[in-house]
Design a binder for this molecule. Structure first.
Ligand code: BUP
Length: 471
């Protein structure tokens, strides 16, 4: 009989921005003939199956999400959290999945289907212990780029005096050759002054300890943009763990850069894009799954988009927000507001889309780059990697322009006003700097697609990873 295919277990963290890329990498393994099992919970299962059900090599194993006192009834995804303050109880609750998870691994092994590895999210650090007890390599997934990961993990190596320096002081990391000058304000807020008694900090430190003791890291990035930092990043791990840059993961998806499938064609916003006269003339506006703007800020965005005069499609997460008086009539067919989940990749892949005003979540950055779309960067969450990603996009790679986050004298801008938004959109979509960023984004998009093709850097790294796991 033919030997049974190697089996990979993938365990995503229950947040869309963390789950989606892991489903893509699951497809990369499945496309190579490996069997993949995705571990998930009952209410996350339909989303996962909607994204993977056409892959015969991928199946799901569903384990219960624990009932936790602090969490709302039925909450199984960070999108269901009414406040970021509940992130800590959410991460804490996942630990109660350890026993059922180990039950699943045990059954796999007794059925003769021993996994060659478990790929699990950084926040599921407790899976390292489970993996060790079954002698299965644990591979970590962070949802960040190499440079951001290296910076976040190296903060502890900085001189103590850095803590007292001013926000706009340059920072030198002893082990890192950053491609641009890093300022203190680029470091995720709170990281330098993390209080170990804070629950989220404690959980992150625990997860970080499991991280550096894992077998390896699977990185959603590619050699051509971040390969120079892989060694610096790997030096932060014990046991000579390797970081495998095998991205952009999204390009392994059926929804690759050149698709427009039948299902997507039926979306009204895709029809709206089809009707746009100018190729590359539309700016797509989205701030990801976690950002919350005030009503006032939303109104400023609306006015800025109106004033800029370019066609736009804007994803608004709030169902309650209504545009300022008369705005809909003034904007007319030139602008489309979608107050629902969209298929972002289809929008970015559409020929009418020529720019992305983005919060710079790492997935959005990679999706935009892979489709050759330049960005207008507006990092929304200062405690996340978004500010670093924005700088990497604009200064490191030159594929975007920045919405200023600091005013004269360096004060943090709390509300970005309509003129700034209008100027940024005009420059990205019609200015000289925007033209240069577009050219570079298109060139980088070609490199990204080449990386995952046969013989490309990510394709070869993925072969190497599988080989290391199967010898
Ligand atoms: Br909103 C939205 N449709 O309507 P990021 C998002 N997405 O497909 P995050 C949709 O969600 P951070 C929508 O394509 C991307 O794959 C989008 O991930 C998709 O941002 C993902 O960009 C969002 O990494 O913030 O997760 O919101 O990663 O910074 O925590």
């Amino acid at each position: 009989a033919a030997p049974s295919p190697s089996h990979v277990v993938v365990f995503p963290y229950m947040a869309q921005g963390h789950t989606i890329p892991l489903l893509d990498i699951a497809k990369a393994f499945a496309n190579r003939g490996l069997k993949v099992t995705i571990i998930t919970t009952p209410s996350n299962a339909p989303f996962i199956s909607s994204k993977t059900s056409n892959h015969p090599n991928i199946s799901s194993s569903i384990i219960p999400f624990p009932r936790a006192q602090d969490l709302p009834e039925g909450c199984e995804n960070t999108a269901d959290l009414p406040s970021m303050a509940l992130l800590a109880p959410f991460v804490e609750a996942t630990k109660q999945m350890k026993q059922p998870f180990e039950g699943v691994l045990r059954d796999m092994i007794s059925d003769g289907c021993r996994p060659i590895c478990v790929i699990s999210d950084f926040f599921l650090g407790w899976t390292l212990d489970s993996c060790r007890s079954f002698r299965i390599p644990r591979i970590v997934y962070h949802g960040m780029g190499v440079l951001s990961m290296a910076i976040c993990k190296s903060v502890g190596l900085l001189a103590p005096s850095v803590k007292d320096s001013s926000d706009l002081d340059p920072i030198e990391f002893p082990n890192l050759n950053a491609p641009f000058t890093l300022l203190k304000s680029d470091i995720p807020e709170g990281l330098l002054h993390a209080n170990p008694d804070d629950d989220f900090v404690r959980l992150s430190l625990e997860a970080g300890e499991a991280d550096i003791n894992s077998w390896g890291v699977v990185v959603n990035s590619f050699e051509e943009i971040e390969g120079d930092h892989a060694g610096e990043f790997e030096s932060l791990y014990v046991n000579q763990a390797k970081a495998y840059c095998v991205g952009p993961f999204l390009l392994y998806d059926r929804l690759g850069y050149d698709h427009v499938g039948t299902e997507e064609q039926s979306y009204s916003y895709i029809k709206w894009l089809d009707d746009q006269a100018e190729s590359g003339g539309v700016i797509y506006v989205s701030f990801g799954t976690q950002s919350h703007f005030s009503e006032h800020q939303m109104d400023e965005i609306a006015s800025g988009l109106e004033m800029a005069g370019h066609p736009f499609i804007w994803v608004v997460r709030s169902k309650e927000w209504v545009p300022p008086d008369g705005w809909n009539a003034r904007v007319g067919r030139r602008g489309l507001v979608v107050q629902d989940w969209v298929d972002q990749r289809s929008i970015l892949a559409h020929p009418a889309t020529g720019g992305f005003l983005s919060h710079c979540g790492w997935n959005s950055v990679l999706e935009s780059l892979s489709m050759g779309v330049p960005l207008l960067t507006w990092p929304a969450l200062s405690f996340s990697d978004q500010p670093l990603n924005a700088k990497f996009v604009a200064v490191g790679l030159g594929v975007g322009l920045m919405i200023p986050q600091r005013g004269v004298g360096g004060e943090k801008i709390v509300t970005v006003d309509r003129d700034v938004i209008c100027d940024g959109v005009k420059e990205l979509m019609g200015g000289e700097e925007g033209r240069k960023a577009r050219e570079r984004a298109q060139a980088l998009g070609r490199l990204a697609r080449h990386a995952v093709e046969k013989g490309g850097s990510s394709d070869l790294k993925l072969d190497e990873l599988i080989e290391q796991l199967t010898i």
